[in-house]
Every structure is written in C-alpha cells, then in structure tokens.
Design a protein around this ligand. Sequence first.
Ligand SMILES: [Zn+2]
Length: 449
Amino acid sequence: MLLLARYVLPVNAPHIEDGAVLVRDREIVEVGARADLLRAYPDEKVIDYGLAALMPGFIDLHTHLEYAVFRGVVDDLPYTRWKMEVQRREALLGDQDWVDSAALGAVEAIRSGITTVADITSSGTSVAAVQSAGLRGVLYRELSTMDTSAIDSVLSSALSDMASWEKQADPSRITIGISPHGPYTCHPWLFKALADAVGTADTHVALHLAGSRDEYDFVKYGSSPLGQDFRTQSGWADEVWMPTGVSPVRYVYQWGVLDLPNVMGVHCVHVDPDDIDVLKACDVAVAYCPRCNAKLGMGIAPIGDFQTHELRFGLGTDSPASTSTIDFFEEMRVGLLIQRGIRGERGFYSAKTFVRLATIEGARALKLDHLIGSLEPGKRADIIAVDLSQSYQTPTQDPYGALVHTCHQEDVLMTMVDGRILFDRGTFHTVDPEPMRARVEEMRLKVRG
Ligand SMILES: [Zn+2]
C-alpha cells in the first residue's frame, strides 16, 4: 500500500513535500518522494490524502480510557476536590459501564490520531478495548492501599490480573505493566513490596508523581486535604501517616520504585533540580500532561529542566475525567503555549519540538522507539494522515506549525496501527461508535449522581 500526501513527516528526518510511504503487512518499507515511489512500485495500491500530512501516530503517555464517560462530570474543581468527587462517583458505575466507557475511550483515541496509549486501568477493561480496537498499548494494572493489612492481597491480586491480561492480549501490540497509583494512595510498604516483586524484570511501571501541591504538602509536611478529607473518604483515616520531610520524588525513591528498570512518572510538576537529578540517575521517564495540570490547578511541569537533564519525556492527555477530550493537537498546542508563556523568549519551543514530543520522544519514554515513533523502514506502520486543507489552515507554509497551531482531532483523516487502517475519512473499521451513543447517555445519568 502506497500512502501519498503533500507532506510526509518522518519526524526524525526532514519533512518531504509531495511524499509517499510504502507499507507492507505491518511494516513501513520505504519513505520518499511521491514520484520516486510511484515509479518504483507501479502496481501498488495507492491512497492519496492530498493536502495533508502523513506522520507517525501520536503516543499518549498517560490516559485512563475507562474514565471516558466522566467527561464534563467534574469540570471546575481543583485537583484534590476533583479527585474526591470522581472517586465518589466511581461507585455509581457497574461492570458493563466500565467496559463500555473504555471502549468509548478507545474510539476517541483512534479519532484523535493516537496509535499508542500508555493506559492506567483498575478495572482491566481497557485491555479488551485496546485489543479489539486495534490500538497499540502499554496497559498498567493500577493498585493502591494505605491499609498495611491489605498490602499482600492488593499486590498478589494485581500480579494475578497482569498474568491473566497477558493471556488475553496480542503481545505484538499490547504490553501489560503495573501502576502503584501514587504517593498519597500507596503505603510505603506497598511501594517496597512492589519493587521487590518486580525486581530486575523489565516490567513497565507507571505512577502519578509530584502532581499537585496538595500531594507535595501531604508527603513532606503530612498536612493537606489529601491527608485528611481524602484519606477519610478512602477509609484510611485510622492509618498512621507521619510527615516524611522530603519531596514526593525523594520519598518514593527511598522505597525502591524508581530504581526499577522501566519506570514512568506521570505529571512531575512539583520537582526541584535535586528531584530531577534523582529522576535522571534512575532513568525515569516523564509524562507531561499540560492540559490536565492546568485545568486542575496542579501547576506547570518544568520541561526545560527535563531537557537540560536529558530526561526521556513526552506528552499525555490524562483521562477525559480531567481534560474532557483526548485531542492530541490540543495537548501539543496548550503544552507549547504554556511553556512559551512562562519561559518568554529564552527557551522558546518550536512546533517541531512538540510534534517530536508527541511521537518519537513518547516512544523513547516507553522504550519502544525501536518499533514506533517515526516513519522509518523496518518500523511498525503506525501512521496517521492529518488534513491541512481547511480554510483555517490555508496557506500552509510549515507543516509542523500547521499541526500544532491549527489542527484539531476532527482533522485526522486516517489512523493506522500495525499496517491496519482503523479509521479512514469518517469510517471506523474496528469499532462501531453508533450503539455507544445511547449507552453513553445512560452512563452519564448515572455518574451525574
Ligand atoms: Zn492519571
């Protein structure tokens, strides 16, 4: 199959005007000039996307697909109150609701040009959703408890879920990992037990880390609404918690989790240069989630310092419960604008940098850059086509600028994972979003409470 477009963005090489990408089976075979590839492969089936960009699919480093139906339910609260409100409403959904909500999340990912999700799931429903939608994913089994008597059972049930999910999942697209939720929901002994259980295995580990100021205050000083109201709501009011006197990063580091071989910290907003030294020394990757961090009043991650320390980091949307949409163009745009706004003319980020964060840098964060993240012969054919022909995009001088400054998820023309087209000009090939509409309405009534 020969894909054509006005612009081809391999991402790790200069863009090609009037370019083409040859895909066979699940792989990218050749990337080059349209005329050359048409001449070399005259019998190949051709799909021409016209005034569009062909580029690697987006790699969403942080999402919770199963929360798709929570979109707009808790829109205007700061982090801790938002978290408590979402937690309170989780009990309103039944098992089938979580299945359908995750399926909705997968549809939205495809529509937004996301080809890989690093998804944290408690229910496990995103495994079936990602599998049947045809997406690629690293799916982390979430666990948490502050109850010391529950640590063994919480950990063993997580490990057993991971083993059974691995059996369900296509290993060429899906990897199962583990996610201790974060410093304010995991007892330090849980961190320690998890670190011992993972040991030297290359298991993908993700945790929410240094996200909100309340989390920082809770860990360091022992006092914040997360230490009182949230713990009471979670049934952990009787569990002793002493101030640790250190930042969330250094606190988690003490319990061995950051030393594991393949760790990603989500958010990392409240980190100082010493914390970033720790992250670098442990080779911890970071998911930068600018819209979630701004919308919930968490702050702004210091990505300039991440770059100076050469951390591996990319972009994450977080769940629709926090960000409302998983529009990756919005994520790039808001992430770029926030950083330009606070950094001024020094450390001025280009649109191209953010396209890289959305693709190849995300792949590096997941240690999957040998397979995905750029258009290169031998890599998996995870490719999207993005329309650049609309009135608000014309004229297009620089495809990177057009993608970051003008595009929305509706501009995605085609989403391909592993050489298989999942969505093409309005038609979904692996999922049927129509029956979901009625279910979504039912579920929204439930979660409104
Ligand atoms: Zn999250």
